[in-house]
Design a protein around this ligand. Structure first.
Ligand SMILES: C[S@@+](CC[C@H](N)C(=O)[O-])C[C@H]1O[C@@H](n2cnc3c(N)ncnc32)[C@H](O)[C@@H]1O
Length: 305
């Protein structure tokens, strides 16, 4: 592990800042840009982000965010511009992981290719059944992470990652109107090797960076709205100062790499399912002989859900 600072946050316009970044300098671009989606009409799309995405009964007030009201042609052109810049900045074989919703999925899979990336697939993010049901139809329970690479896939990273990720949204892990869960971003960070550098040009409250740091990767974030840049800085500092037990990578062939000295070996117990040392308060002792951690419990629900 490097001892240099593991994250940088730049406040301002992404396209302008990206233009200053050197060629082939990051291992991956992992981002959740504005979707320019929501509603069925142009008027719906032009609404403020809090009107579009915050349910009326929600009490928390968060700042509106930038760039979410382009029309379809403007959105496509804008994505092509930043995706082209992102490709230049990414090392050969590095990955793009870009979120979208069901409405914009066809446009986004096209524009990733227009931007010059090799389209590799889609990783659905299952948000769980906390999402609003739809009378007479299907729940919008998933968002989609579009995967592309800068040319051929790198062959020096022994990761075998899942084709679908289930992580519910929880209120205490949401720091932005459309914030992603930290555990989701931790899973995605594993697309780069330990110590690899991840760029998020639309980083909002910094969840991509928090996930990257928790997994032993490094992070460069860009955000235009000062409120969210400040939230990102606070969360990134907290993540960097929080000792981690392990960088878990279930798909990796080698054992998990220790990131830090364990703070208190006495306070840890092995999860019977994933065989990872966990703090006692992260385990369910319903069976005292075989405690199980929360992520293993979630996974078993997902399997049978
Ligand atoms: C969907 S949000 C990202 C949320 C993030 N994944 C999280 O968990 O907090 C997209 C962010 O990109 C920012 N943004 C939009 N256009 C931008 C631009 N041109 N330059 C920099 N930031 C921009 C928005 O202000 C917003 O905070």
């Amino acid at each position: 592990m490097t001892t240099e600072p593991r994250w940088t946050l730049l406040e301002g316009e992404a396209l302008r800042i990206m233009a200053e970044l050197p060629d082939a300098s990051v291992d991956a671009v992992i981002t959740d840009p504005p979707y320019s989606s929501g509603g069925f009409t142009r008027g719906d799309r032009m609404a403020t982000t809090s009107n579009k995405y915050v349910q009326t009964q929600t009490k928390t007030i968060r700042a509106d965010f930038a760039g979410d009201n382009r029309d379809q042609r403007g959105f496509e052109k804008w994505c092509a511009l930043w995706l082209d810049e992102a490709l230049r900045i990414t090392k050969p074989g590095g990955s793009l992981l870009m979120f979208s919703d069901w409405r914009q999925l066809p446009l986004v899979t096209d524009v990733v290719q227009i931007g010059g990336w090799v389209w590799r697939g889609i990783v659905p993010w299952d948000k769980g059944e906390g999402t609003r049901p739809r009378r007479g139809g299907f729940r919008s329970q998933a968002e989609y992470c579009i995967w592309g690479t800068a040319g051929g896939l790198r062959d020096d990273h022994e990761a075998y990652l899942p084709g679908w990720i289930h992580v519910p949204v929880t209120r205490n892990d949401k720091h932005h109107i459309t914030g992603k869960p930290t555990d989701l971003m931790r899973e995605l960070a594993k697309i780069v090797p330990l110590d690899g550098l991840i760029l998020d040009p639309f980083c909002g409250s910094g969840t991509t960076g928090v996930g990257a740091i928790m997994e032993g990767r490094r992070f460069l974030g860009i955000e235009k709205i000062p409120d969210y840049a400040a939230i990102s800085r606070r969360r990134l500092e907290e993540a960097e100062n929080t000792p981690m037990l392990f960088a878990e990578s279930p798909g990796m062939t080698s054992p998990p790499a220790p990131l830090f000295e364990l703070p208190d070996p006495e306070g840890l117990e092995l999860c019977a399912a994933c065989e990872t040392l966990r703090p006692l308060d992260a385990l369910d002792f319903e069976d005292p002989e075989a405690p199980v951690c929360a992520s293993c419990i979630d996974e078993s629900f997902a399997e049978h859900g």
